[in-house]
Design a protein around this ligand. Structure first.
Ligand code: GTP
Ligand code: MG
Length: 143
């Protein structure tokens, strides 16, 4: 493609590639789900169908990510991992909504945020998972 005078905007892209040889933990979190759960009448504290829908999304992302991990295994393309996973998770949520809530209309488009954290060693990863587990069992909601 021919260079244009607008091409300078690429300089605003900063290098956000991730470190190699680290565990990448990507957290996907429903945005404003307090309201979303209320509006859709989710059972309190845990709505079985809603949890199953989340699990279905995670399962599908895992199935898809197999390829993505191979394709993104190295280089600065790591930066695409978060957006890909969050996007895939969100689209699965909407795609499978009716299967889990056949009598409930989806009132507005749900969204999720995502962040990636890099853990350099197995111990860090284990402690991260322990922390999530402790957080999970001390709150009402299943994580
Ligand atoms: P942000 O993530 O900051 O956008 O806020 P949020 O409103 O999504 O709150 P947060 O992620 O801290 O917590 C998730 C919220 O979703 C909980 O506080 C509940 O209100 C709601 N929630 C999650 N799962 C369920 C469920 O199974 N049943 C019900 N009734 N509510 C749920
Ligand atoms: Mg949330």
């Amino acid at each position: 493609m021919a260079k244009s005078k607008y091409e300078y905007v690429k300089k605003f892209e900063k290098n956000d590639s991730l470190l190699p040889n680290t565990w990448l933990v990507i957290r996907v979190d429903g945005r404003g789900f307090h309201k979303f759960s209320d509006r859709h009448g989710f059972v309190k504290p845990n709505d079985q169908k809603a949890l199953e829908l989340m699990n279905k999304c995670a399962e599908n992302v895992m199935n898809e990510i197999d390829d993505i991990v191979l394709a993104y295994g190295q280089s600065d393309e790591y930066r695409k991992i978060v957006s890909t996973i969050v996007s895939l998770f969100s689209s699965n949520y909407v795609f499978h909504w009716n299967k889990y809530f056949p009598d409930k209309e989806l009132l507005y488009p749900p969204s999720f945020d995502g962040r990636v954290v890099q853990y350099p060693g197995d111990n860090n990863l284990r402690d991260y998972l322990s922390w999530r587990q402790a957080d999970c069992t001390s709150s009402f909601f299943i994580c």
